[in-house]
Design a protein around this ligand. Structure first.
Ligand SMILES: *[C@@H]1O[C@H](CO)[C@@H](O)[C@H](O)[C@H]1NC(C)=O
Ligand SMILES: *[C@@H]1O[C@H](CO)[C@@H](O)[C@H](O)[C@H]1NC(C)=O
Ligand SMILES: *[C@@H]1O[C@H](CO)[C@@H](O)[C@H](O)[C@H]1NC(C)=O
Ligand SMILES: *[C@@H]1O[C@H](CO)[C@@H](O)[C@H](O)[C@H]1NC(C)=O
Ligand SMILES: *[C@@H]1O[C@H](CO)[C@@H](O)[C@H](O)[C@H]1NC(C)=O
Ligand SMILES: *[C@@H]1O[C@H](CO)[C@@H](O)[C@H](O)[C@H]1NC(C)=O
Ligand SMILES: *[C@@H]1O[C@H](CO)[C@@H](O)[C@H](O)[C@H]1NC(C)=O
Ligand SMILES: *[C@@H]1O[C@H](CO)[C@@H](O)[C@H](O)[C@H]1NC(C)=O
Ligand SMILES: *[C@@H]1O[C@H](CO)[C@@H](O)[C@H](O)[C@H]1NC(C)=O
Ligand SMILES: *[C@@H]1O[C@H](CO)[C@@H](O)[C@H](O)[C@H]1NC(C)=O
Length: 838
C-alpha cells in the first residue's frame, strides 16, 4: 500500500456551498486566476466562482482536436464542476499564460463520470518541472472524486499542464485551477526537525497539500479563505480524542499584524483551537497528539498555527511542540512570541516520517516551567515536498514520462487565457492503495522438497501427496529447480487479458497491476504486469521468478510462467478466487469466517511459511507476512504470496542477515527493526500479528483508535496476558469458539509476539500448536473450561512442542495430512461457502 490522497466521499462541502456569499476578498488579488471547467460547453458557477468552459473557442484554442473528446453527464454528480470532463487518448497539454512568476496553486479536480469507462482511466499529470500524478486510477474509489492541490513556483511566462494516458487507457480531467499565491506565503527556508537545522531551497521545490486542519473548528471552504484553501476539522486525527477540548472566540477578535495577515490563514482558523482536555485526567501532564498517515518516501513541510485565544494575561501558556518524538519548539511562550493575546503566530518545519512507520505525529504538551498546565494549537498544514525525481509519486521524472509517450501522436495544446476569480473546493479523506494481489499455485507441478506432503493443485493433490509421502523425500512429478516455468508470448498474454481490460483488474500494487485472465484452454490465471520503467521492479521481478520457481508447495503461491517479451515484465499465477485473507476479516461485506475456517487458513499459511523457512537448501525469509499477502483459493485454502521482498536466510555459520528494514508497519518485528538483523523469527513475529488480526478482525494498525489500541500486537497482548482474549475477539465468533482452542491459539500468538526472536517458536512449532488448536476445537465438546491438563488427553500428538518438527509431523500425518484435510475441507465448504460475486 502506499500514497495518501485527497479523495473524499462527497458530502459536507456542498451543504456549506449553498449559503451563498458576500465574499470579501481582503488584500491579496491574484495576478493569475484561471478556473476552467473541462469539456463543458457552458460556464459553471460553483461556490460563488465562475469556471470558464475550456471549449469556448474565443478563449481556448484546441490545437489537436482528435486527441481529446468531451463527456457530459446527465446523472447526479457531487458538484456542478463534475458534470463534464475532457478525455485524452494521447498526451495533451493545457497551456496557461502566466502574468506574474512565482508560486501558483495548481488544483485539479477529477471525477469518473458514470458510463464513460473512466474508472479504468490511468492518469499521469506533469507540468514542465514536476510529476503531479503517476498512473492514478479510480478502480478502488467507487463514487468518490479526487481533488489535488499543489503549490508550484512557475518561473517562466507560461505553465503547461500535460495529461499522459498510460497503459493503453485514456486520461481525463474535470476542472483545473491555476491561481497566484502571494510570494511570502511559502518561504525558502524552514526548520528541519531531525536532525535539527535549517532546511534551505524550498522555493525550488513543489509542494502538495496533504492535510490542512482547522483545530477545534468547523470545515472552512474556499469561500471563507482569501487563497481559496479548504480547512477541515481535526478530531478524526486526534490520537486520543478525549485528550483535547475545543475552544473558540469571535473571529473578529483576531488581531492580524504586518507579519501575519489573513493570507497566512483566515481568522476563522485562529479563532478556534484545541487545548488540553483536563476533565478526569489523573496525570495532568500529557501531550495532545495528532497522527497522520503519510507516504514514508517523502519529506513534509509542516506549518503550525497558534493564537492565544484562551489566556487572560500574557505569558500564561507555555508549551512544547513535538514532531514525531522530536522536540520542534521547547517552552514556546505563545503570547511572548506573538507579541500579545489573540495575535496569530506560525512556525514552519520540515520533517520525515517517524522511524518505523508511515505516520507523522504532531504533539503539543505543557512545559513544566509554566504556571498553567495547558497547550494549544489552532491550525496545521502538512504538505508533501517533491522528491529528488521532482515527483510526488514514484521515481519517474517528467523527462522519462514525456520521452516515452504511450501513444506516438503529437502533443495537443489547448491554450487557455481566462481571468476570473479565485476559488476552490476541497475536502479530505484518506485512502490507501491496498495491494490486492491475487495469484497462486501452478498446476501439474510436484515438489522435490521434503518435510511435508506437497502438491500442486487440489485436483492432483491426492495422488501426488500420496506419492511423496511414500517415497519420502524423493520427488514425484518434480520440476527441475532451474526451470523458470512456461514462457508466454506477449500475444498470449494480451489475448488472455482482453488487452489488459480494466474490467479484469484485480488490484494494483507497488510492482504493477494484476489482471484476471483466461488461457486458451480455459484455465483461469492471474497476470501481474510490472511497470516496464521501474528499475526496482526489474529486481523484484527477477527475485520473484527465481524464488517462485525454486519453491513449490500447496500453501505457497506458485508461478505458472512469465513473459519478458518487449521489455515487459509479466508473471502468470493461478487465479485465487477468494482474494486476500484480509478482505474476509474486515472492511468488506463478505460473510464472516467460522473459527474452524480461520484455524485452517492460519494452518495453511503457517505450513507455507514453515516450508519457506525449512524446505529448501537455504532457508527463505518472507519479510512481508501480512493478511493481504495470504490469498485464498476457491476452497478457502490459504497460500502465502508476494516474494518481492524475500531474502535467503542466514548461511549455516551466521545467525542472521543484515539488511535494510523493509516490510509493512504494524507487522514489523521490533527486534529486526532495532538491530536490522533478519532471521526467520521476524516472519514468526509478523505471523503472530496475523493471528491476532484473524482473531480480532481489525487492522494491525489503526491510528484512529485510542493510543493503547492502535497497535494490535500491543493491545491483544495485554488482553492475552490477562487471559481475556475472548473479550476482544471478533463479535462474529462470540459463543462459537471452543475456549480451550482459543486458549491454545492465544498462547501461540503470544509466543510469536515475544519481544526477542530467541523466545519465539519456530514456524514448525507454530504450525503444530495451531493444528492442536484445531483438534481441540473439533474433538472437545462445546465450551469446555480451559484446562491445561486437557492437552494430555489427546493421543498421537507429541506433547513437547520443542521436539523437532519433522517428527511431530510424521506422527500426525495419519490424521491431518493434506489428503484428509482436502476431503474435510471440500466437504465442509460445499455446504458452507456461499457463492460470491468474486
Ligand atoms: C518507497 O520507495 C521504495 C523504493 O523506491 C518502494 O519500494 C516503496 O514501495 C515506496 N513506498 C511507498 C509507500 O510508496
Ligand atoms: C463562510 O462564509 C459564508 C459566506 O460568507 C458565511 O455564511 C459562513 O458563515 C462562513 N463560514 C464560516 C465557517 O466561516
Ligand atoms: C463564459 O464566461 C466568459 C468570461 O466571462 C464569457 O466570455 C463567455 O461568453 C461565457 N460563456 C458562456 C457560454 O456563457
Ligand atoms: C442529457 O439530456 C439531454 C436532454 O434530456 C439530452 O439531449 C442529452 O443527449 C443528454 N446527454 C447525455 C450525455 O446523455
Ligand atoms: C467501455 O469499454 C468497453 C470495453 O473496452 C468498450 O466496449 C466500450 O465501448 C467502452 N465504453 C465507452 C463509453 O467508451
Ligand atoms: C521561485 O523561483 C525563483 C527562481 O528559483 C526564485 O528566485 C523565487 O524566489 C521563487 N519564488 C518563490 C515564491 O519561492
Ligand atoms: C467542540 O466540542 C463540543 C463538545 O465536545 C462539540 O459538541 C462540538 O461539536 C465541537 N466543535 C467542533 C467544531 O468540533
Ligand atoms: C472518541 O473515540 C471513541 C472511540 O473511537 C468514540 O466512541 C467517541 O465517540 C469519540 N468521541 C468524540 C467526542 O469524538
Ligand atoms: C510528550 O511527547 C514527547 C515526545 O514524544 C515526550 O518526550 C514527552 O515525554 C511527552 N510528555 C508527556 C508528558 O507525556
Ligand atoms: C530523511 O531525513 C534524512 C536526514 O535528514 C535525509 O537524509 C533523508 O533524505 C530524509 N528522507 C526523506 C525520504 O526525505
Amino acid at each position: 500500500m502506499n500514497m495518501v490522497s485527497w479523495v473524499y466521499v462527497i458530502v459536507a462541502v456542498f451543504a456549506v456551498g449553498i449559503f451563498n456569499s458576500s465574499k470579501s476578498y481582503a488584500t491579496f488579488f491574484p495576478a493569475d486566476n484561471y478556473l476552467i471547467v473541462c469539456g463543458s460547453s457552458q460556464n459553471v458557477t460553483y461556490l460563488g466562482q465562475t469556471y470558464i468552459s475550456d471549449s469556448v473557442q474565443s478563449w481556448v484554442s484546441l490545437q489537436s482536436q482528435e486527441n481529446s473528446y468531451t463527456a457530459t453527464s446527465n446523472s447526479t454528480v457531487p458538484f456542478p464542476i463534475y458534470q463534464s470532463a475532457r478525455i485524452f487518448s494521447s498526451t495533451t497539454s493545457y497551456r496557461f499564460d502566466i502574468k506574474q512568476e512565482g508560486r501558483h496553486w495548481v488544483r485539479l479536480h477529477f471525477y469518473p463520470l458514470q458510463g464513460k469507462n473512466l474508472t479504468s482511466a490511468s492518469i499521469t499529470v506533469v507540468t514542465e518541472g514536476f510529476v503531479l500524478l503517476h498512473n492514478f486510477n479510480f478502480q478502488n474509489y467507487k463514487g468518490s472524486f479526487l481533488f489535488k492541490e499543489y503549490a508550484i513556483n512557475v518561473t517562466s511566462n507560461s505553465l503547461a499542464i500535460t495529461f499522459i494516458p498510460s497503459n493503453n487507457h485514456v486520461a481525463f480531467v474535470n476542472a483545473i485551477e491555476v491561481v497566484s499565491i502571494p510570494d511570502n506565503l511559502i518561504p525558502d527556508q524552514a526548520v528541519a526537525v531531525s536532525p535539527s537545522g535549517p532546511f534551505n531551497g524550498l522555493s525550488d521545490l513543489a509542494l502538495e497539500t496533504i492535510y490542512r486542519l482547522n483545530m477545534g473548528g468547523p470545515l472552512i471552504t474556499s469561500q471563507n479563505d482569501t487563497l481559496g484553501r479548504t480547512w477541515e476539522n481535526d478530531v478524526k486525527y486526534l490520537h486520543v480524542n478525549s485528550s483535547a477540548v475545543n475552544v473558540s472566540v469571535d473571529p473578529s477578535n483576531i488581531k492580524y499584524t504586518s507579519s501575519v495577515g489573513p493570507e497566512i490563514a483566515p481568522n476563522f482558523v485562529y479563532a478556534t483551537a484545541e487545548t488540553m482536555g483536563d476533565a478526569n485526567v489523573v496525570n495532568v501532564n500529557f501531550n495532545v497528539t495528532w497522527v497522520f498517515l503519510v507516504d514514508p518516501n517523502f519529506s513534509y513541510f509542516i506549518r503550525v498555527h497558534f493564537c492565544d485565544i484562551v489566556s487572560k494575561s500574557l505569558n500564561s501558556i507555555i508549551f512544547n511542540l513535538f514532531i514525531n518524538n522530536d522536540i520542534a519548539f521547547a517552552s514556546l511562550d505563545l503570547s511572548r512570541q506573538a507579541g500579545n493575546l489573540d495575535v496569530p503566530y506560525y512556525r514552519d518545519y520540515v520533517s520525515n516520517i517517524s522511524d518505523n512507520s508511515n505516520t507523522l505525529t504532531i504533539s503539543v504538551g505543557p512545559d513544566t516551567a509554566a504556571d498553567i498546565t495547558d497547550a494549544i494549537m489552532n491550525g496545521l498544514e502538512i504538505m508533501k515536498i517533491s522528491n529528488e525525481a521532482r515527483s510526488f509519486n514514484g521515481l519517474s521524472s517528467v523527462e522519462t514520462l514525456l520521452v516515452l509517450p504511450p501513444n506516438k501522436s503529437k502533443m495537443g495544446i489547448i491554450v487557455v487565457s481566462v481571468v476570473c476569480a479565485v476559488a476552490a473546493l476541497t475536502s479530505l479523506g484518506l485512502c490507501y492503495f491496498c495491494l490486492v494481489a491475487s495469484r497462486s499455485k501452478a498446476p501439474k507441478l510436484g515438489n522435490p522438497l521434503p518435510t511435508f506432503p506437497l502438491s500442486g493443485n487440489s485436483s492432483t493433490a491426492t495422488k501426488m501427496s500420496t506419492t511423496s509421502r511414500k517415497s519420502g523425500t524423493a520427488s514425484c512429478i518434480s520440476i527441475v529447480s532451474s526451470s523458470l516455468g512456461r514462457i508466454f508470448t506477449f500475444q498470449e498474454i494480451t489475448d488472455s487479458t482482453d488487452k489488459f481490460h480494466e474490467g479484469l483488474l484485480l488490484g494494483v500494487g507497488g510492482f504493477g497491476r494484476v489482471y484476471k485472465a483466461t488461457l486458451e484452454d480455459g484455465t483461469k490465471v492471474a497476470v501481474k504486469r510490472g511497470n516496464p520503467r521501474s528499475e526496482q521492479g526489474l529486481a523484484e521481478f527477477r527475485t520473484e521468478i527465481e524464488m517462485l520457481s525454486k519453491l513449490r508447495h500447496r500453501h505457497l503461491v506458485s508461478l505458472i510462467g512469465y513473459c519478458d517479451e518487449r521489455s515487459e515484465m509479466i508473471l502468470v499465477y493461478e487465479y485465487m478466487a477468494n482474494g486476500p485473507l484480509r478482505s474476509h476479516l474486515y472492511g468488506t461485506d463478505l460473510p464472516p469466517l467460522s473459527w474452524k475456517q480461520r484455524l485452517e487458513i492460519c494452518i495453511g499459511a503457517a505450513r507455507g511459511l514453515h516450508y519457506l523457512h525449512t524446505g529448501g537448501n537455504q532457508s527463505i525469509i518472507h519479510r512481508d507476512v501480512k493478511t493481504t499477502n495470504i490469498l485464498l483459493d476457491e476452497n478457502l485454502v490459504a497460500k502465502v504470496a508476494d516474494f518481492g521482498l524475500s531474502k535467503t536466510g542466514p548461511a549455516l555459520d551466521q545467525t542472521h542477515v543484515s539488511t535494510a528494514v523493509k516490510g509493512s508497519f504494524g507487522y514489523l518485528d521490533p527486534e529486526y527493526f532495532r538491530r536490522q538483523q533478519l532471521t526467520e523469527k521476524s516472519d514468526v513475529y509478523s505471523f503472530g500479528v496475523v493471528l491476532m488480526e484473524v482473531l480480532c478482525a481489525r487492522p494491525a494498525l489503526n491510528p484512529v483508535l485510542p493510543r493503547d489500541q492502535v497497535n494490535i500486537a500491543e493491545w491483544a497482548m495485554t488482553w492475552q496476558k490477562k487471559g481475556m482474549l475472548d473479550q476482544i475477539m471478533d463479535k462474529n465468533l462470540v459463543g462459537k469458539v471452543n475456549l480451550t482452542s482459543l486458549k491454545k491459539f492465544g498462547e501461540t500468538a503470544e509466543k510469536c509476539l515475544a519481544e526477542h526472536g530467541v523466545d519465539r517458536p519456530s514456524m514448525g512449532d507454530v504450525l503444530w500448536n495451531l493444528e492442536y488448536a484445531l483438534q481441540l476445537d473439533e474433538t472437545s465438546s462445546t465450551l469446555m473450561e480451559p484446562d491445561d491438563s486437557s492437552t494430555n488427553h489427546i493421543p498421537a500428538i507429541p506433547l513437547n512442542p520443542m521436539e523437532p518438527f519433522d517428527n511431530s509431523m510424521s506422527m500426525i500425518n495419519s490424521g491431518t495430512d493434506d489428503d484428509a484435510e482436502d476431503m474435510a475441507t471440500n466437504a465442509v465448504f460445499s455446504q458452507l461457502v456461499n457463492p460470491r460475486g468474486r
